[in-house]
Design a protein around this ligand. Structure first.
Ligand SMILES: *[C@@H]1O[C@H](CO)[C@@H](O)[C@H](O)[C@H]1NC(C)=O
Ligand SMILES: *[C@@H]1O[C@H](CO)[C@@H](O)[C@H](O)[C@H]1NC(C)=O
Ligand SMILES: *[C@@H]1O[C@H](CO)[C@@H](O)[C@H](O)[C@H]1NC(C)=O
Ligand SMILES: *[C@@H]1O[C@H](CO)[C@@H](O)[C@H](O)[C@H]1NC(C)=O
Ligand SMILES: *[C@@H]1O[C@H](CO)[C@@H](O)[C@H](O)[C@H]1NC(C)=O
Length: 944
């Protein structure tokens, strides 16, 4: 093995020397020997790296130009030498995409190395113990790679180390106590591995340490008292382990801490009483532990604080006495504790505060109006306390407010009409209070609302029609358990993105507005305990809702198990004008309908006559067009091999038809789509599909072999695609794992090419209108084929292309909900969603509404639950497959960026498929940021 590793070098030397000089290199022999050994070690290591990444080190070579002046590695990329150029002192190869191991790195040959920085590559395998031969090393960083195995005990010999990081690898086992010998360390970072065992008490010897990060491991036991000796420590990060027991008293000696993270452990006992003794503490997080007792006195005057998280502990004390005024505070969370007392008006003096969360405590008293002064507040959560009094109208001054959660208190009075000024409000939860009066119609001005819960209050009067203006309302509209009266405004039917609607337990009367038929996104509805009458809207969610959703009303009817069926609607007789109007409209309509019926009867008769001469259940050969074989024979063949369309051969059932797999006697396998029953719309869809597919030929569009369009038989014979739909594959772990980045990128490009062809190369252009993961099929070699053209439209320039809503919820462009205007930009939107789905591994629902609805990035909060802008691209990717290889990361970044531009809420800002397809096919130069650090914000800011 070793010999093999050396082989390439000897070859290289053999070939390069003759060009230079026949004699040995013109440098002092001793230097030459040492440097040759260094070069040999480096070149040998390079030769063991994976082929495609060796090119990153192309300057690492014994080329003539290099050897002319002197044979030296000092000009090689990432290599630095001492002043005389006699020996290598630094290797810095951060973020250049190396793939390989350190197994063949001859550390003995580099005795004068001070710096070894290999962070952010894809190095794997074990960390060799002989790394300890680098005895002069002061800087060792192997972080952000994929090293496995244990940390070798021998690193304890690197006593000159100042900076030491193995962060974010896959290291396991215990932390060697020998690291305690590295007394010159100022920076030790072993975070984000799988390390177990306890923190070695020997760390107390690291007197020069200023940063100690062991977060996100599996460390157990208590925090050793000896850490109290690290008095120079500025950063102590232990969050995300399984540490337990109380903090040692000695922690109080750490008075220089600025960042102190203990969250997500099981630490008990008291918080350190000296906290912020040095007056420089900026960020203290102790959430999700078992801390008891009260808040340390020192925190009250800790004006340096920017972030404080004490949530999810068992802390007690009077909240108005324990906390002071923090001019730099950005984020504070005290939720899920046992604090009592009142909310202090001084929070309003924290001018930089963006998040104030004190939910689930025993807080009493009023909400102080002074809080309206905290102008940057985004998230304000005081839910599940004992607050009383009114909601102060001064909260209307909180212009950035995004989430206002005051549910589960004893608040009374009305909702102040100033609510209208909260232009960014997306979450409003006032449920379970004693609020009364009418629901203010000004709520309709909060156009970014996603979630509105006013349930379990005493709101009266009617539901304001302005609620129907909240077009972005998507997650929930809950007005249940109030005293709302009157009819349900038909305008609520405009809320086409809404998923859950609860109006139960009110006093609503009249009928359910027929506009509710348009609420395509509804998944749950509850209208029980009202006085509603009349028919259910013709909408799947109503038809399929459980009986309880409509129980205890006055007279609902409809095609639903729990309800009586509707008689012809009883006439009110109240509205005589209305009746007159009806007659005026109805008479001409009736005449028109009669004419049509008569015409149809005539045609039918003729048709029947013709039919009698034909066998009923057959497909005429001339109906089987485009087929290269005898049509009649093929039809018989299909019927035979599917045993007369037996369910056994069914591979998919859609809204309008079933798809069968048929292996013809010729051996060819085809997919046969058979319509259930030939309803008019289905036939239209079928014909549209034939029309489109007979006219297109593209490797990424499913091939039509033939079709049969008979009065009673509608068959479509298409290419059979072995691996089925993208949706199915992504939903199965095993299959999704098979779908590595190369395949996924290929699929995305394939779909882009198909759409580009349809939009830009077909005359007239074709809009698919239902691009979703269900309609992307994969063949044996994972090539994508766009299918299901039932909703496709041929764009005729003279027609206006206005249409009913078609498509799959979650992929439909938002503008379609309002305008019903079909343009190719609707496909672009769906393509964006599909692309995100492929890289994330599931439908990116929440992500989309966060990214595509918020057009102004600047006002976004980095803490709100649905805000993803600060998220790393890397964290978003499908975790079931390994992260993309370094040589693919640029492409993944480009794809993600394109996907985000495709889901822009404004169709005009979306790229065309031509632009998308072009960008995907031209290889982009590197994205300047390292892949690990690319955030969604960066992707969103870039122009296409
Ligand atoms: C690298 O390339 C050489 C020659 O092109 C080939 O023989 C060798 O198998 C490749 N090694 C790897 C790991 O791909
Ligand atoms: C290595 O290089 C990168 C950028 O090229 C630089 O940011 C980093 O500080 C260097 N490492 C050392 C230890 O100097
Ligand atoms: C590493 O290089 C030295 C010469 O500097 C050589 O003596 C030694 O055998 C090499 N070690 C290995 C494991 O190849
Ligand atoms: C942590 O340790 C527990 C058992 O001690 C183990 O089940 C778990 O998988 C470990 N987690 C990680 C991330 O290593
Ligand atoms: C650290 O704390 C302990 C106990 O609290 C105290 O006795 C000791 O003097 C402190 N050590 C230093 C170096 O401050």
């Amino acid at each position: 093995m070793l010999l093999k590793a050396f082989l390439p070098l000897s070859l290289m030397i053999f070939f390069s020397y003759p060009h230079v000089a026949p004699a040995p290199a013109p440098v002092p022999p001793s230097l030459s020997a040492e440097r040759n050994a260094e070069m040999e070690a480096l070149l040998n290591w390079k030769a063991t790296l994976q082929n495609q990444t060796q090119s990153q080190l192309s300057s690492w070579t014994l080329s003539p130009s290099n050897t002319r002046s002197s044979l030296s590695p000092c000009s090689w990329i990432g290599i630095s030498c001492n002043e005389e150029g006699s020996t290598v002192t630094s290797i810095n190869l951060t973020s250049i995409g190396l793939i390989g191991t350190l197994d063949y790195f001859n550390f003995t040959s580099l005795p004068n190395l001070f710096i070894l920085d290999l962070q952010r590559n894809s190095l794997f395998g074990k960390i060799p113990p002989c790394i300890s031969n680098l005895s002069h090393l002061t800087y060792l960083n192997l972080g952000f790679n994929q090293f496995t195995g244990h940390i070798p005990q021998e690193v304890g010999k690197l006593t000159n180390l100042n900076v030491f990081s193995f962060a974010r690898n896959l290291l396991q086992g215990t932390i060697p106590s020998s690291i305690g010998h590295l007394t010159n360390l100022s920076f030790l970072h072993l975070g984000n591995n799988h390390l177990s065992g306890s923190i070695p008490p020997e760390f107390g010897e690291l007197k020069s340490l200023s940063e100690l990060r062991l977060n996100l491991n599996n460390l157990t036991g208590s925090i050793p008292a000896s850490l109290g000796g690290l008095t120079g420590l500025k950063v102590l990060s232990l969050y995300g382990n399984q540490l337990s027991g109380p903090l040692p008293r000695e922690i109080n000696n750490l008075t220089n801490l600025t960042l102190f993270f203990l969250s997500n452990n099981s630490i008990s006992g008291f918080l350190p009483e000296n906290l912020c003794h040095g007056g420089i503490l900026e960020d203290f997080c102790a959430s999700n532990n078992r801390f008891t007792g009260s808040v340390p006195k020192g925190l009250k005057n800790c004006t340096s604080l920017t972030r404080l998280r004490l949530d999810r502990n068992h802390l007690i004390g009077n909240i108005s006495e324990d906390f002071g005024i923090y001019p730099k505070l950005d984020y504070i969370d005290l939720s899920y504790n046992n604090f009592h007392g009142e909310i202090s008006p001084s929070w309003g003096k924290c001018q930089l505060l963006t998040s104030l969360k004190i939910s689930d405590n025993q807080i009493s008293g009023d909400i102080p109006p002074e809080l309206g002064e905290s102008a940057l507040l985004h998230v304000f959560d005081l839910s599940s306390n004992h607050l009383v009094g009114r909601i102060p109208y001064e909260l209307g001054k909180l212009k950035s407010l995004f989430n206002l959660t005051l549910s589960n208190n004893n608040l009374s009075g009305t909702i102040p009409s100033e609510i209208r000024t909260l232009a960014d409000l997306a979450y409003l939860d006032l449920a379970a209070n004693n609020l009364s009066g009418p629901i203010p119609n000004q709520l309709g001005d909060c156009s970014k609302m996603l979630y509105l819960n006013l349930s379990h209050n005493k709101f009266g009067e009617g539901i304001p029609i302005e609620i129907g203006k909240l077009l972005s309302l998507q997650v929930l509209l809950d007005l249940s358990w109030n005293s709302l009266t009157g009819e349900i405004p038909w305008q609520l039917g405009n809320l086409v993105m809404l998923e859950i609607l609860d109006l139960s337990h009110n006093e609503l009367n009249g009928s359910i507005p027929s506009s509710f038929t348009e609420m395509q996104s509804l998944m749950r509805v509850d209208l029980s305990y009202n006085y509603l009458t009349g028919p259910l809207p013709n909408n799947k969610v109503f038809q399929e809702a459980p009986n309880e959703a409509f129980s205890n009303n006055r007279g609902l009817c409809g095609n639903h198990t729990g309800l009586m069926s509707c008689h012809p609607p009883a006439k009110d007789g109240k509205d005589t004008d209305g009746v007159a109007l009806l007659i005026i409209i109805l008479v001409p309509v009736a005449v028109f309908i009669w004419t049509i019926i008569a015409a149809m009867l005539y045609i039918l008769k003729k048709e029947r006559k013709r039919e009698r001469n034909e066998p009923r259940d057959s497909c005429h050969e001339n109906l089987f067009t485009i087929w290269s074989y005898d049509g009649k024979f093929v039809y018989k063949d299909i019927k035979e091999v599917t045993k007369g369309f037996d369910a056994k051969y069914c591979i998919g059932v859609g809204a309008s038809g079933s798809v069968y797999k048929a292996e013809l006697s010729s051996g060819q396998v085809v997919a046969v789509k058979k319509l259930h029953n030939a309803k008019v719309e289905d036939r239209k869809a079928f014909e549209s599909e034939i029309q489109v597919l007979t006219n297109v030929r593209h490797r990424n569009i499913v091939k039509l072999h033939g079709f049969c369009s008979h009065a009673e038989q509608l068959l479509l014979v298409c290419e059979y695609l072995e691996r089925g739909s993208m949706a199915k594959i992504l939903s199965k772990v095993e299959q999704a794992k098979e779908l590595d980045w190369i395949k996924r990128i290929g699929i995305i490009k394939g779909v882009a090419n198909a759409l580009c062809y349809m939009h830009h190369d077909c005359k007239p252009p074709i809009i698919h209108r239902d691009i979703s993961s269900n309609n992307i099929l994969l063949d044996a070699s994972y090539e994508a084929h766009v299918s299901d053209f039932g909703t496709a439209r041929l764009v005729k320039l003279d027609s206006s292309n206005w249409t009913g809503l078609a498509g799959t919820y979650g992929y439909i462009a938002p503008e379609l909900a309002y305008t019903m205007k079909v343009t190719e930009k609707c496909d672009v939107y769906s393509f964006g969603v599909l692309t995100l789905e492929i890289i994330v591994g599931h439908h990116p629902g929440e992500l989309i509404c966060s990214l595509s609805t918020s057009s102004s990035l600047s006002s976004s909060s980095s803490f709100s639950p649905v805000n993803f802008h600060g998220m790393l691209l890397q964290d978003m990717l499908d975790k079931r497959i390994a992260s993309p290889d370094p040589d693919m990361t640029d492409e993944v970044v480009t794809i993600a960026r394109l996907a985000f531009s495709c889901i822009n809420a404004n169709p005009e800002f979306r790229p065309t498929m031509q632009q998308v397809s072009q960008e995907l096919s031209t290889r982009r130069q590197s994205f300047s940021e390292s892949f690990d650090n690319v955030t969604l914000r960066q992707l969103l800011n870039l122009e296409v």
